[in-house]
Write a protein that binds this ligand. Structure first.
Ligand SMILES: NC(=O)c1ccc[n+]([C@@H]2O[C@H](COP(=O)([O-])OP(=O)(O)OC[C@H]3O[C@@H](n4cnc5c(N)ncnc54)[C@H](OP(=O)(O)O)[C@@H]3O)[C@@H](O)[C@H]2O)c1
Length: 430
């Protein structure tokens, strides 16, 4: 199971489910897998007594209280995905069960959740080999809100604190809900919304509106920035003075990668659409190339220590690899593990993806002397703390283009999917 977890970047509960599923054909149907699915599936949690409370939200405990393993809220409003499909396939349900907290869990009262491409893809059926047995699902990865309750072993957060963070791509219960559960290391304190001070009795309270981070902006950061962080810090291990190329620097992951690399002392070049050129330069890239108008390999001078390819098509792969120094790292975000598992099932799909990856790694090591990777977002407490410091200092920001109330999730998905709004779209949770 540990191997499986490392191979495809699964979080622990899902790796357990998957492990049991993989064992399925070789043994009796796994009771463990069914038990895990039943426990994790939204709507499948809670005792009958809890369900009698359906529709009534219980108040979170007062500041400073430490909850036991039972969550302070037994049910809440959530956007459920009853089946896979288009933006119309979603139900806003008023009373979905909230499971008990495990010792390291934190219950977060959600204020804003940002929409990631993964949300749209999951809604359409991406990852169905894993998620289909768990329908109806709550999707969503990012969150910004307040701590409503903590598990018995949580030591770094207390009730009432403002936090932001993100769930792993394979987490079963998502964040499109009034309350979400994340583990302690998937959250960090949010920088203040405004710094409040007292300017005498005459003017009353005043606010310094510099480098403040409102909940909507905070929710746009974690999933994209953790994806960039894992590639740059854990895989390529970028260091001061190195050169990074970001292919697709205008999106959330691209912008996060630029800012993280600049903060680490790297010089960054990026490709992006014409509308993103100014922003990419303003966020610290030394060179921004419009990939719709210029030949990237001609426009970019010199070679790079690392390439982060957020587009991940054969053309960008070829370009990225050609622009790497020997020993450099090419990292793309569109690894084929989930799509092959969806197509051929987990038992064939995962080994097939591993074979393709190993073949590419050997091929490029031999032909170009470079390291080739598929990288995935992963929770990282150190990364989240760094994002808090950087955003507090005004050095990390993912611009939010539009916000919608969570009840308008269908509209929000439509505008994102049709690229009517190209940048970050955030759902506000009232
Ligand atoms: N492996 C993982 O764990 C992981 C995690 C997060 C994201 N991802 C993947 O990484 C990619 C980027 O995510 P994101 O959150 O940064 O998305 P995003 O904020 O929506 O940005 C995507 C950017 O890619 C460019 N783009 C989009 N569609 C394009 C197209 N058809 N042709 C060329 N360029 C296009 C656009 O840049 P311009 O505006 O400059 O044209 C766009 O801003 C997505 O494919 C996502 O699924 C993977």
């Amino acid at each position: 199971m540990v191997v499986l977890q490392q191979l495809v970047g699964l979080d622990a509960p899902l790796a357990c489910t998957l492990f049991s599923t993989l064992r399925g054909p070789l043994s009796l149907p796994s009771r463990a897998a069914r038990a895990v699915s039943r426990r994790l599936a939204p709507g499948g949690w809670g005792t009958p007594a809890m369900w009698q409370l359906g529709g009534h939200r219980l108040l979170a405990p007062a500041v400073g209280l430490r909850a036991t393993s039972t969550a302070a809220v037994s049910s809440c409003r959530a956007v459920m995905l009853p089946r896979f499909g288009g933006p119309e396939v979603r139900e806003v349900r008023p009373a979905v069960g909230v499971p008990s907290l495990k010792p390291r869990d934190v219950l977060v009262r959600s204020r804003a959740v940002s929409i990631n491409p993964l949300d749209l893809r999951m809604r359409s059926g991406y990852g169905c080999s894993i998620f289909e047995p768990l329908l109806p699902l709550i999707i969503g990865r990012d969150i910004s809100g307040e701590v409503a309750a903590v598990g018995t072993s949580v030591s770094s957060l207390t009730v009432g604190q403002e936090v932001f963070g993100a769930l792993h791509p394979t987490a079963v219960r998502g964040t499109y809900a009034d309350y979400a559960i994340l583990s302690e290391d998937e959250l960090t304190l949010k920088p203040p919304s405004a710094t409040r001070g007292i300017l005498g009795d005459i003017y009353g309270p005043w606010y310094i509106l510099e480098n403040f981070v409102i909940v909507q902006d905070a929710s746009a950061i974690p999933f994209a920035a953790l994806t960039a962080w894992r590639a740059l810090k854990s895989t390529a291990r970028i260091t001061n003075g190195q050169r990074l190329l970001v292919l697709g620097g205008g999106g959330a992951v691209g912008l996060a990668a630029i800012q993280i690399a600049v903060a680490a002392g790297c010089s960054v070049s990026a490709t992006c659409g014409s509308q993103s050129i100014e922003r990419v330069l303003a966020f610290g890239a030394e060179q921004a190339i419009d990939y719709t108008a210029e030949d990237i390999e001609v426009a970019i001078k010199g070679q790079f220590d690392a390439v982060l390819d957020t587009i991940g098509v054969p053309e960008t792969e070829r370009t990225g690899i050609n622009l790497l120094k020997k020993g450099g790292h090419y990292m793309m975000l569109q690894g084929e593990t989930a799509s092959l598992a969806d197509k051929y099932g987990l038992v064939i799909g995962i080994p097939a993806a591993t074979t393709i990856l190993l073949k590419k790694q050997l091929q490029y090591r031999y032909s170009h002397g470079i390291e080739y990777w598929w990288t995935y977002m992963r929770a990282d407490a150190e990364g989240l703390d760094e994002f808090r410091r950087l955003s507090e200092a005004g050095k990390l920001k993912i611009p939010v283009e539009e916000t919608f109330p969570i009840a308008k999730v269908r509209k929000a998905h439509e505008v994102k999917e049709k690229r009517i709004i190209p940048g970050k779209v955030v759902l506000e949770v009232d």
